[in-house]
Design a protein around this ligand. Structure first.
Ligand code: ARG
Length: 588
């Protein structure tokens, strides 16, 4: 389906052409003065220069040509040469009707059908999930859903940090605590036990203890490094402990991500890159791309157009160990082999920007990734507390994601049960859904790269630009539709008649923006654009709701049209929240 702006541009282009001007001037935008008009064209200003005429003369000519075109309700040339445009309600009604019977409301992305790897989540195995991982999971899930909606084959990979020093630390801590375990018997040649030597809660306590010890005990840290290297080189005992850690950790992480309604197509990690590393490094050395520098192996990435100096990418340390960049590069080798993607999207803290610049450049220079493959890094800002500093618990520690989620769900539960009766089970379930919406919307409604303040009170509020407000709006529509059906009505196949009132037209105008919003959110990987949109739609709906007696409307044709309009509103809002990874309860 064409967008409304394209429809208007078609008519306006024809007018420019008929008046003898280049059609490139017929550019239409949403009005930046909604108090004056709905859409506008400033093309006459630019055309004036090219044709040596006064802008308003051209604007007048164009407006004259467009008289009688049924898609317009009002056309005005205003000095110095703008064209102000309102579309007709008749045209809007037809357009909305077409949207309501079209798949995805008629949205057709310009580019589609690509295979895209979305690398998000990025939890580190054996370390508890903390709020720092929240943003990656929440934004990544939404970016991935938007990719799918646009018709891409999006593959989400959790890309666990499962190959780093934390493994060596755990192994050595375990050795200190239980030296009698078979893993530490050098002469042991039998099978290692199936049962892990620890539980998940023990594991969660072992890692922080080991990490703290390594900061005080240099010798212990050296042992952990050595164990990590042994693991990476395939040592049987280290590998066996690693398997135990991974089994427990993955199950726990799956549970946590499930609770967040975040789902990955593949559960790979840094360890999966290991088999590709040595060939990859060797081939970069052979081609001369990589060279030795102070014992390490590095690749230069500086380009002439860079405005600042970028350090070379280190792909092997002097002790032979692989680094973060090595594992990301080798992961690309594997992804190319297994999935042949057309594009990559990575989500991580924006402080990792240099790392991704290095990885992307080396990947292209080394021919690991084709020159035309799109590689995007979506770097996000920090979640801060009300004091403006990175979010901490009351006691100053790192907040666990589980606790953060239950805090916000409790806040919502209190609100739901405040002045309503709902049985306990439903209230809890509703608080779970609405609490997650509060949390996710609070995050997603900000441009990803910006820092934001985590504020339970504000996020859980049923008013303002919040997740609960959006859900409340949808629930309100659901309940009107349910009543209508109860009274014997049916919501399918209803005709829309042109909007009579201002708030009804406003709602219509907000709905037809769907295409442009989707395309922008998709191309720019920007879920916040969807949030802004559904907030506008919700406000427009609530304005309409307050001005209109929907169910008590006596004129049947009018009432059916209202029902068709709000039912389309509901469908659009539901698709949008799904793209944000948010669900909607039946009641609130
Ligand atoms: N595990 C990393 C961290 O906690 C994030 C991984 C991001 N993805 C990647 N392919 N490097 O910082």
């Amino acid at each position: 389906m064409k967008t409304i702006i394209e429809h208007i541009a078609d008519s306006v282009s024809r007018a420019f052409e008929e008046c003898g001007y280049d059609t490139k001037y017929a550019k239409i935008t949403l009005s930046n003065r909604p108090d004056l008009c709905e859409y506008q064209c400033s093309g006459a200003m630019a055309a004036a220069k090219a044709y040596g005429k006064a802008p308003f003369v051209i604007a007048d000519e164009i407006v004259g040509k467009l008289k009688g075109d049924e898609i317009f309700e009002k056309l005005e040339s205003v000095k110095p040469g703008f064209i102000n445009i309102n579309v007709s309600s008749q045209f809007l009604a037809q357009y909305l009707e077409e949207m309501s019977v079209s798949e995805k409301f008629g949205y057709v992305p310009k580019v589609s059908g690509k295979t895209v790897i979305v690398d998000y989540g990025g939890a580190n195995a054996a370390k508890p999930l903390h709020v720092g991982h929240l943003r990656s999971a929440v934004i990544g899930e939404s970016v991935k859903r938007i990719q799918k909606y646009a018709g891409n084959n999006a593959i989400g990979d959790v890309h666990l940090g499962d190959w780093g020093l934390q493994m060596g630390l755990i192994i050595e801590e375990l050795r200190d605590r239980e030296p009698e375990l078979v893993y530490f018997d050098e002469n042991y040649t039998g099978e290692y036990p199936q049962e892990p030597p620890f539980t998940i809660s023990e594991l969660e306590e072992i890692y922080p203890a080991a990490s703290a010890k390594s900061k005080e005990d240099e010798h212990f840290l050296a042992r952990a490094h050595e164990s990590t290297l042994k693991l990476q080189r395939g040592d049987r005992a280290c590998r066996a402990i690693w398997e135990h850690i991974m089994n427990l950790s993955k199950a726990d992480l799956k549970k946590n991500y499930d609770n967040l309604n975040v789902n990955f197509e593949i559960w790979k990690g840094e360890s999966d890159a290991e088999p590709y590393i040595s060939d990859m490094v060797q081939s970069m050395l052979d081609s001369g791309l990589a060279y030795e520098s102070q014992g390490a192996v590095v690749v230069d990435i500086q380009e002439d157009t860079d405005t600042k100096e970028l350090p070379p990418c280190i792909i092997r340390k002097s002790d032979g160990a692989a680094l973060y960049a090595t594992s990301d590069l080798a992961t690309l080798v594997e992804r190319e082999k297994l999935y042949h993607p057309d594009a990559y999207i990575y989500l991580a803290d924006k402080r990792q920007e240099l790392h991704f610049t290095q990885v992307f450049r080396v990947a292209k220079k080394a021919g690991i990734v084709k020159p035309e493959t799109d590689m995007t890094f979506v770097g996000f800002g920090t979640m801060n507390g009300k004091d403006g500093k990175p979010f901490k618990t009351r006691s100053g520690g790192v907040m666990r994601l589980e606790n953060l989620i239950s805090d916000i769900q409790d806040a919502v539960y209190a609100k739901i049960t405040e002045n309503r009766t709902m049985d306990e089970a439903e209230a809890r379930d509703t608080a779970r859904i609405v609490g997650l919406a509060a949390l996710k919307y609070g995050d997603l409604s900000n441009q990803a790269s910006k820092d934001y303040v985590f504020d339970v009170e504000r996020f859980a509020s049923f008013e303002g630009n919040t997740g609960p407000y959006i859900l409340y709006t949808i629930v309100r529509i659901k309940s009107i539709l349910a009543k209508y059906i109860q009274e014997g009505g049916s919501v399918s196949g209803l005709k829309l008649i042109p909007a009579a009132g201002v708030s009804e037209k406003n709602l219509s105008l907000s709905l037809v923006r769907f295409f442009d919003v989707m395309e922008a959110a998709y191309m720019e990987k920007a879920p916040h654009k969807i949030c802004q949109y559904i907030y506008d739609v919700s406000n427009a709906f609530n304005g309409f709701y307050h001005d209109t007696k929907i169910l008590s409307e006596q004129n049947r044709e009018q009432k059916e049209s209202y029902i068709a309009l709000i039912s389309l509103t509901k469908e659009i809002l539901l698709d949008c929240i799904d793209l944000l990874g948010i669900e909607c309860p039946e009641r609130m």
